[in-house]
Design a protein. Structure first.
Length: 122
């Protein structure tokens, strides 16, 4: 049986601000932005090259804004990814070397945390 993780909710306070951050600064693609009704807005955003997307919006999750921690995306080159995010105005950490990879950390405007990991080659 195959199981594919395809959509992860990310709780935010201001949907338009978060969409702008993820699309214009981080480089995600805006796939959908649909207002279903007054209480439900569905905004699906996908990182470049990813089969998994995030969803932000009104009525998408009961989680508190900023409570999604440790989301991880794999990148080919942590230093290059860091440089690109920094150039786009994303407050991003220095590259953090660990035994199992090189990491870069950043937060969205609500405090949801992300890690970029460059896998170390054996």
């Amino acid at each position: 049986m195959d199981m594919k993780l395809e959509l992860v909710p990310v709780p935010v306070t201001d949907v338009d601000r978060a969409k702008k951050f993820y699309v214009e600064q981080v480089g995600f693609t805006a796939d959908f932005d649909v207002r279903v009704n007054d209480d439900l807005r569905f905004v699906q955003l996908t990182p470049p090259g990813s089969a998994c997307s995030i969803v932000i919006g009104d009525g998408m999750t009961d989680a508190a804004p900023g409570s999604q921690h440790g989301l991880l995306m794999v990148v080919e080159d942590a230093s290059a990814a860091r440089a690109e995010l920094h150039a786009r105005g994303v407050p991003v950490s220095d590259v953090d070397p660990q035994q199992w990879g090189l990491f870069v950390h950043f937060k969205d405007p609500d405090g949801n945390t992300w890690r970029l990991q460059e896998l170390l080659k054996k």
